[in-house]
Design a protein around this ligand. Structure first.
Ligand SMILES: *[C@@H]1O[C@H](CO)[C@@H](O)[C@H](O)[C@H]1NC(C)=O
Ligand SMILES: *[C@@H]1O[C@H](CO)[C@@H](O)[C@H](O)[C@H]1NC(C)=O
Ligand SMILES: *[C@@H]1O[C@H](CO)[C@@H](O)[C@H](O)[C@H]1NC(C)=O
Ligand SMILES: *[C@@H]1O[C@H](CO)[C@@H](O)[C@H](O)[C@H]1NC(C)=O
Ligand SMILES: *[C@@H]1O[C@H](CO)[C@@H](O)[C@H](O)[C@H]1NC(C)=O
Ligand SMILES: *[C@@H]1O[C@H](CO)[C@@H](O)[C@H](O)[C@H]1NC(C)=O
Ligand SMILES: *[C@@H]1O[C@H](CO)[C@@H](O)[C@H](O)[C@H]1NC(C)=O
Ligand SMILES: *[C@@H]1O[C@H](CO)[C@@H](O)[C@H](O)[C@H]1NC(C)=O
Length: 586
């Protein structure tokens, strides 16, 4: 039995979530009309879990088992509660993309741990889907290690607020996340749902929930490093992964080998559960869409208008129209309704990944102007809920509430009073036009169980054993460059590398310059000069007159020297497929 649109999967608020779909149009895309290919191509062959994690027993030493074609998997046994290391344990699921050089080669440089953000994102999924591309970026000397942070995905115990997958699907499916500006009762309704979720979290807790936090995950990362027989971490964390990285660096400054945080969050604001300084640059990203579309011309951008003001006015008309007249949609495989909230949520999501979504969004908006909402619907559509014939198949499924558990456990308690929520929403609305989408994030924390807050929450300052590299985009919709500069001040010797692009995290835009700096940092510890700004190698929209279609971008790459082609292909594919999920349907 299939229930359509019952699943709000992957509630990753901040998340850099990578997912893989065999029939993704990008899977077939070849950069230069197929003139060259690399080993990076093989990532697209992997589809879904092709491996029984249960077949591995968690161990304190690292034992790798072959999995997912030519990769290795392990489950590392760690204390559930580091204050009671002899008590119950947790098992951290890990996957390794092996270095291309042998481990006994003098050029072998050890493992790099990844975190894809969220919180709640699965590092195993990231490595399965994008590990080979990331390997191409950092170089053949490194192993790439994806791990699911405790509570998440294939790591156990796993967070769940629901008694079954069906219960989760029904709860999520009954309520498509609404723009909090969509109706007079949208905020009170979302408030009430947040209360229910917080209560469920407490009632369904088996005793492990309080240990699902960033402090403990940082300790787990140290265990992973030590299980390799090493002392110092090498790490690349995206988005929320910057909170995890900054936490690790502050807790274990002497264990920093190389640490890159990319798409940097103000960790103080995060641990204060404020979530009110993330959106400083969101409008800049939107303007990148508008200006890019105007510059691209009618052939380069389907939603083209002669001026930015006219384009914005055209969008306002769509908003106004959908508010009073949502559009029914039938496709050959699904059905639904496109309303004001759908449009808000879809645009917000597109801001994370301009290279993947700006042209698609422009097409969908142009269709919408003609009353055809199919393309917009498809952009926001979630996979069908499938009842499990074999429930064990879903034992390690990533679920949205895992991320909510991390952020509510990490953060300071928030007031459960509606008036205080309203005041917070008003404050956020004063500073950002996207409050209606963003305010959802804190809601599960309203009635969160009262666990002791004795975990690490700052300060984020350290003389680390190796300086950090922070990376920020000039127009990142949820992790403004400001935060990278702020966080950098706490870490002695750290440097901020700026990428001049719109989108979330460096990999959302193709920049050989940025990725070479990152590679160089991992490889020989060289930091960019402070103040370094990297350009991207192509704009999201093609400029007027160039070839139509994605392959038209090839023109922008003509100047790239041959030795950089493989790197270019990897960064381009990452930019085209770097998939981060924001709560679907908002
Ligand atoms: C799945 O596992 C089998 C056997 O272990 C292997 O031959 C096959 O290549 C794997 N497929 C993928 C897509 O990883
Ligand atoms: C639905 O339509 C699309 C394109 O219109 C087509 O590619 C796809 O195969 C169709 N799916 C089914 C199940 O008919
Ligand atoms: C609406 O747009 C879709 C493409 O997204 C197209 O396949 C379909 O034919 C259009 N419907 C109408 C009625 O034009
Ligand atoms: C938001 O702005 C309004 C009007 O400027 C002001 O009255 C109100 O106090 C502000 N609210 C918050 C929470 O900052
Ligand atoms: C909320 O909707 C009103 C129109 O009803 C609009 O004027 C306002 O800008 C919207 N605010 C946001 C944050 O979208
Ligand atoms: C870093 O080192 C300097 C001098 O050695 C010292 O003054 C400062 O307190 C240290 N900072 C931290 C956060 O330990
Ligand atoms: C940074 O580190 C250097 C060398 O360890 C030290 O002399 C200096 O005081 C530190 N600066 C701060 C602000 O902690
Ligand atoms: C560091 O590595 C890069 C290759 O990524 C190389 O170009 C550069 O010369 C190296 N620097 C040093 C100091 O070895």
């Amino acid at each position: 039995m299939t229930m359509r649109r019952l699943v709000t999967c992957c509630l990753a608020f901040f998340a850099v979530w990578f997912f893989l779909s065999e029939d993704s149009p990008y899977a077939k895309h070849r950069l230069h009309g197929g003139t060259y290919q690399s080993s990076a191509e093989r990532v697209y062959a992997v589809a879904k879990d092709n491996f029984s994690w249960e077949s591995i027993s968690p161990t304190e030493e690292l034992i790798w088992t072959d999995c997912y074609s030519d990769n290795q998997c392990a489950r590392l046994k760690v204390p559930l509660d580091y204050a009671h290391p002899d008590g119950a344990s947790a098992a951290i699921a890990m996957i390794r993309i092996h270095s291309a050089v042998p481990h006994d080669s003098p050029s072998y440089r050890g493992p790099i741990l990844l975190n894809p953000g969220g919180p709640g994102g699965s590092g195993v999924d990231l490595a399965i889907g994008r590990g080979a591309l990331i390997s191409t970026v950092v170089g053949p000397e490194f192993d790439i290690i994806g791990f699911d942070p405790r509570g998440i995905g294939r790591s156990t115990p796993r967070v769940s607020f629901f008694a079954s997958r069906a219960e989760r699907a029904i709860w999520s499916g009954n309520f498509k996340k609404q723009s909090l500006n969509s109706s007079a009762d949208a905020l009170p309704h979302a408030y009430a749902r947040g209360i229910v979720e917080g209560q469920l979290a407490g009632e369904r807790d088996d005793g492990s929930l309080r240990f699902i936090n960033t402090d403990h995950t940082a300790r787990d990362m140290l265990r992973i490093v030590q299980a390799h027989g090493l002392e110092k971490i090498q790490y690349w964390g995206f988005s929320y992964g910057s909170v995890l990285g900054a936490t690790f660096a502050s807790m274990f400054p002497d264990n920093v080998g190389r640490l890159v945080i990319d798409g940097v969050v103000d960790s103080e604001n995060y641990f204060a559960t404020e979530w009110n300084n993330n959106l400083m640059d969101t409008d800049k990203v939107w303007m990148a869409f508008v200006d890019g579309c105007v510059a691209a011309g009618p052939n380069g951008c389907a939603f083209y208008a002669p001026t930015a003001a006219e384009l914005s006015a055209n969008l306002d008309k769509l908003y106004a129209s959908l508010r009073v007249r949502p559009i029914p949609v039938r496709t050959n495989t699904s059905f639904g309704v496109v309303d004001y909230s759908t449009l808000r949520g879809t645009i917000f999501q597109a801001l994370y990944r301009p290279y993947q979504l700006f042209p698609t969004l422009a097409g969908a908006l142009a269709d919408l102007t003609k009353g055809n909402a199919t393309a917009l619907f498809k952009m926001s559509e979630t996979p069908a809920f499938e009842c499990a014939c074999d429930p064990s198949q879903y034992r390690f499924e990533s679920v949205g509430e895992a991320g909510r558990a991390v952020l509510c456990n990490d953060g300071k308690r928030i007031s459960p009073d509606y008036e205080d929520l309203l005041a917070h929403y008003q404050g956020l609305s004063n500073s950002s036009g996207w409050a209606d989408v963003w305010e959802h994030i804190r809601l599960p924390c309203l009635a969160w169980p009262e666990f002791p807050k004795n975990h690490f929450q700052g300060p984020f300052v350290a003389n680390t054993s190796f300086p950090l590299l922070l990376v920020g985009n000039t127009a990142d919709p949820v992790t403004p460059l400001w935060a990278a500069n702020k966080m950098s001040r706490g870490f002695n010797g750290s440097v901020v590398l700026t990428q001049d692009s719109a989108g979330h995290c460096s990999l959302s835009g193709p920049s050989i310059c940025t990725q070479k700096y990152i590679r160089q940092y991992f490889l020989n510890g060289t930091l960019p000069e402070p103040g370094t700004i990297c350009a991207v190698d192509a704009p999201p929209f093609l400029v007027s007159g160039s070839d139509a279609g994605v392959d038209g971008h090839a023109q922008a790459f003509l100047g790239v020297p041959a030795e950089d082609r493989e790197l270019l292909e990897a960064v381009w594919k990452l930019a085209k497929t770097f998939d981060l999920r924001f709560p679907t349907g908002i």
